[in-house]
Structures are given as structure tokens and as C-alpha cells.
Design a protein around this ligand. Sequence first.
Ligand code: UD1
Length: 337
Amino acid sequence: MRILVTGGAGYIGSHTCLELLNDGYEVVVIDNLSNSSIEAIKRVEKLTGKNIKFYENDILDTEALLKIFDIENIDAVIHFAGLKAVGESCMMPLQYFKVNVTGTINLLEVMEKYKVKNLVFSSSATVYGDPATVPIKEDFPLSATNPYGRTKLMIEDILRDLYRADKGWNIAILRYFNPIGAHESGEIGEDPNGIPNNLVPYIAKVAMGELKEINVFGDNYDTADGTGIRDFIHVVDLAIGHIKAIERLMKNSGLVTYNLGTGRGYSVLEIIQNYEKACNKKLPYVVVDRRPGDIAVSYADSSKAYEELGWKAVRGIDEMCRDSYNWQYKNPKGYSE
Ligand code: UD1
């Protein structure tokens, strides 16, 4: 089976390519390298001893997509490509709608043309907005609190409408909680542009002495220690979830939606403590104001994925922090060295 992975050079994309290759799938990647590196692809090839057919193209480039579908015999698509920074999306909403929404429509049109109607879509727990209760189940109400989140919700809506119109599609919408960590080899991992926005990549830079201290965004939330609680999930567990989703699509699943999380929340302070164990040093932090738009608590009920996909996250917080630090330690400048 040959899978097209859009955004396959990125953080979750590269880990998914590795799992696909190890499971015997053939992998074709399209990535414009705007927030990723070709080095990730090379390292996945090295780790697996297998080749990836790589196209450095944008999903907004319809001609390029047509060419790929023409040449390659694609059976299914895993669609990661897109912009993903919440703050940036508030400053340049049009860019987010163009790349994420228009890019996805382009891809869907080409898939339709070539009668490739098997798709795994990379969505986010952000589509639950500020949930009334936790753990979060797939049938909770959906809403968006920023343009990035709105693009994910809009794409989900487009996919639901598409499926209503044509039951020939098989679509798995995967809603990720907070992916962290890296492949245990330390060869691939998260390599954000500039100063990281997300908690664990930021902690990794503090652990390396590159940034002075962690800013804890608020300690007056209604939680045990007052800091925000999230469902952190090891990126390798997340990647494996995509393989399970592909297997499900191949059995004519129709449109299905799954939360991918561990079902357990950790607070910001608990993450710092666990990371201190992983890097074996004290990590300085200061409590600052809440970050606008942040919610207090988010964690998944992932039982549906377990029941229907046979998927469950198995890597714990120790492995997440250890693998994050191992990657950062081995690659202090990410892929750019
Ligand atoms: C963020 C996005 C979410 C996106 C996800 C992708 C926002 C509001 N949400 O999730 O839409 O799908 O990334 O990975 O940006 N924190 C600190 N200090 C920091 C950074 C974060 O205390 O320097 C805290 C936050 O307040 C939060 C927790 O750490 O409580 C996790 O934050 P982060 O890693 O940015 O993820 P989310 O905000 O959950």
C-alpha cells in the first residue's frame, strides 16, 4: 500500500512516516519545508533502511498535486500539512485560512479526481474550545477560540459535508491532545522555528541552558496546584494511532472521529518536575500572567479509539520527558547542524 503523507517532514509527520515504513507501507511525502527539514526525511530513511519518495511542493500548488497523483499510485492520504501556531494565526488569519482550508480543499479535489477517497486528517483537541467537563469525549460540542482552531474545525466540517454528499469516502478525523517527546533514537524530534510557543519544547531549551527560565502561564487556575493541566501524549504513540486509522479505513469505515490522548492530565508544574528527573538538573521557572485564550484543564477520553482501533497510548510521562531531552541533547540546534 502506498500512502501520501502531506507535511511528512514535520514533527508528527516524520514520526508517522517512520512507523509506516516499519510496518511495510510505501511512503510518498509532499512538504514545502516551511516549518520542517529535509534532514528529518533522511534520518527516517536511515533509521528504517527504506526510501521515501519526496516532493518539495506546497499543497496550494494544484499542478504539483496532480503530478504526484498521476505518477504515484496513491491508496490513501495522511494529511498533516498546515500552519499550527495559535498566536501567529491571530496575527495573520488569512494566511491560516488559505494554507489550511484552501490547501485541504485543493488536496480533496485532486483526491476526488483520482478516486483516492481514503483520508486521515490531523485535527486537534482545540476543536473542543473550553470544554464544560473532562475527560473530553468525541461527541462534546465543538467551537473555536482562535483562527488556527477555526481552520481545524472548518476542515472537519468540510469533511463531514463531503462524506454526507459521497459515502464513497473513508475519512478518519484524529483529534490530538498535546504531543511531546521524540523517537527513542534521538534522531528525529520537534524542531520549532525560533522561540518555542509550546511548553515542552520551551522546557527543553531551558534544560539545554539556551533559555534562562520557564514562564509558567498562571498559577491561579482551578486545579490542584493552580497551573494548567493537559493530556500530554508521546509522539510515537500518536504516530502509531495513524497506522491504526489507516487499517480501519481499509475496512470501509466511512467517516470516523477519534481522540488521541492518554486519558490522564499533568499540570505544568508536574511536567517541569518530571523533566527535571529526565535531565537531572533543577529547572528555574517564574510564574507570569495567564496566556490569553488558555483553558484550565484538558484531557481525553480515548476509549473510543481503544474499542474501535485497538489503539492505546502506552508510553508514560517518564519516557516522554526522557525522549524529549535525549533529542534536544543530541541535536541542540535541531536539524540545522
Ligand atoms: C497549544 C494550542 C493548541 C494546539 C497545540 C498544539 C494554544 C492556546 N493552544 O495547546 O491549539 O493544538 O498547542 O501543540 O496555544 N505553558 C506555560 N508556559 C509556556 C508554554 C505553555 O506555562 O511557556 C502552559 C500553558 O498555559 C498550558 C500548558 O503549558 O497550560 C500547555 O501549553 P502548550 O504546550 O502551548 O499547549 P496548549 O496550549 O495546550
